[in-house]
Design a protein around this ligand. Structure first.
Ligand SMILES: Cc1cc2nc3c(=O)[nH]c(=O)nc-3n(C[C@H](O)[C@H](O)[C@H](O)COP(=O)(O)OP(=O)(O)OC[C@H]3O[C@@H](n4cnc5c(N)ncnc54)[C@H](O)[C@@H]3O)c2cc1C
Length: 505
């Protein structure tokens, strides 16, 4: 029997799924496959929360496939062994999958699959994912190609008439011997939940998007929350882009009946830009496959000579630095698996400039914390926020300023750092300034109930910025930065800075 294997990876959906459509059109029998590779469990950037999220989405995919006559085979093994087994039971005619732009491990794994396919004379057809364009050498044509990809028609799930039934079931985390931490606000998995989220965001919460997303509390409500679904591939980027365009078109046409149409359009425009950033950053990893291991500008990275100081690293990870707003952010992140963009940037900046910690260690820790871990975005952002690309301005955030801007009453800090619950607003961002008598009265003695600041924030930031500029100044590092810009730099014209633009740093 000739079999088409549809290999599901980070595309756990039946909607807008080109490999599935292609297989359904052919005369071959279909085998839908999802493989969990145990080697991944030991990778530095993988956490049990990622495996659990994938399994939960795979269970939903299995239900969606059943509705259209399909069945999802689950295997726990390495992919080449699995394919060999399938090939000896049935004869594989073709393997169909989406292209994956993942970490260095998945890139090497795909090379092994490629080799195996060549040896067996089996064709492996990979379909493009989102707005990532394979084999590009620079960015000159990227935007045009990406935008045209986003305009292509969406596919409905096909009807599958000839499919090999899976007899087993997808195991639980417990059966796999994995323990995941319980996350608060855990999203509902699967493509139906992703579509519901998109619909609710576009019709209800998005109006405030533009001004709300910098706040760690408001972003929970007015951000799209779609990153976890995009990462698992429970929804395609093209679908999100087209739904956003349709909503914007509707608002433009019905301005008279819609309250605050300008706010809606501004916010949706800003959201749409971020969807393009998603593709832009993943494209970087596509063109530089070891971005998770080597800095874009290795000379700057080596000049920086950052040090993995265990005490600093542990206190940063645990949210016990004594810098209240940063500690609150780290604790929100570890409890929920998510935090907004501005705070991710600030967390990375604190680790890199104030604490002088190396990006690979801090980046791996954050990757394991983010339920929406997407290697292309993540490692590009880690590079930018740690000042190791050489093409981005040095962004060293002032944590106290961010705290005062985003949490003026201090309620966010009080929620996530309960040790500070009784601290009056006047001192909440700098509790070490509280008079001793007050510290005693409210049982929040700095150095006893809550730590002293790990370092002087202003001085450590100043020193970090100074050393970062020095690391960029050599001729060799500037030459590399030019090459990085040519290969990866956005071709959009930079916006002129408005004089009243808010200061971040
Ligand atoms: C150090 C650092 C690490 C990051 N790691 C990840 C990661 O692993 N996975 C991830 O999806 N995002 C990452 N981001 C980007 C951003 O913080 C998240 O995409 C966003 O917070 C997700 O929330 P949301 O879905 O509500 O996004 P929204 O604000 O609603 O935006 C919609 C979508 O646009 C994309 N997007 C938004 N902001 C960015 C951005 N700055 N760069 C690229 N794409 C963006 C995402 O796909 C997001 O789902 C990182 C940012 C930083 C500074």
């Amino acid at each position: 029997m000739a079999v088409d294997v549809v290999w599901f990876k980070k595309d756990l959906r039946t909607y807008d799924h080109s490999p599935l459509i292609d297989a359904a059109k052919s005369d071959n029998t279909i085998l839908c496959l999802y493989v969990l590779e145990p080697e991944r469990f030991d990778l530095d950037d993988v956490d049990p929360i990622h495996i659990e999220w994938e399994l939960n989405n795979a269970i939903e995919l299995s239900k969606s496939l059943e509705k259209i006559g399909g069945s999802l085979h689950f295997e726990i093994s390495d992919i080449v062994t699995t394919l060999s087994k399938i090939n000896s039971n049935f004869k594989i005619a073709r393997i169909l999958s989406h292209e994956e732009t993942g970490n260095s491990w998945s890139y090497q794994r795909d090379k092994l699959v490629q080799k195996w396919c060549q040896k067996q004379n089996i064709s492996w057809i990979e379909f493009p994912t989102n707005g990532v364009i394979r084999t590009l050498q620079d960015r000159d044509l990227w935007k045009r190609k990406r935008d045209s990809r986003m305009r292509e028609n969406l596919y409905q799930p096909p009807i599958i008439s000839d499919c090999i039934e899976f007899q087993g079931e997808i195991p639980s985390m417990k059966t796999l011997g994995l323990k995941s931490r319980r996350l608060q606000n855990y999203p509902e998995p699967g493509q139906d939940a992703a579509l519901k989220r998109l619909d609710s965001f576009l019709n209800e919460e998005a109006k405030q998007f533009q001004w709300a997303i910098s706040s760690p509390t408001l972003a929970v409500k007015h951000g799209s929350g779609l990153s976890v679904y995009l990462t698992a591939g429970a929804i395609s980027m093209r679908r999100v882009v087209q739904a956003t365009n349709a909503r914007m078109e509707y608002i433009r046409k019905n301005k008279a009946e819609i309250k605050d149409p300008t706010d809606w359009l501004k916010s949706l425009g800003s959201f749409r830009k971020r969807l393009a950033w998603h593709c832009h950053f993943v494209q970087k990893l596509e063109m530089e496959d070891n971005l998770d291991l080597v800095a874009q500008n290795p000379v700057i990275d080596s000049n920086l000579m950052r040090v993995l100081d265990e005490d600093r690293f542990t206190r940063w990870k645990n949210g016990t630095t004594g810098w209240p707003f940063l500690d609150a952010c780290m604790r929100q992140l570890s409890s929920t698996g998510w935090i907004n963009f501005r705070m991710r940037a600030m967390i990375m900046s604190a680790a890199s400039y104030n604490l002088w910690l190396p990006w690979r260690a801090t980046g791996c820790h954050l990757a394991r914390q983010f339920l929406d871990y997407e290697p292309g975005i993540h490692w590009s952002q880690v590079g930018m926020q740690s000042g190791t690309t050489g093409i981005n301005t040095i962004r060293a955030y002032s944590m106290t300023k961010q705290g005062k801007d985003q949490d003026p009453t201090g309620d966010y800090i009080r929620k996530w750092v309960p040790e500070l619950a009784m601290v009056p607003t006047k001192y909440i961002h700098e509790p070490w300034k509280m008079p001793n008598e007050l510290q005693e009265t409210i049982s929040c003695v700095i150095g006893q109930h809550y730590p002293e600041p790990i370092l002087d924030e202003i001085e450590s930031r100043k020193e970090g910025i100074k050393r970062s500029y020095a690391a960029r100044s050599s001729k060799e590092s500037r030459e590399i930065s030019k090459k990085v810009l040519k290969r990866h730099g956005s071709r959009s014209r930079p916006r002129r800075k408005r004089s009243n633009q808010k200061k971040l740093f």
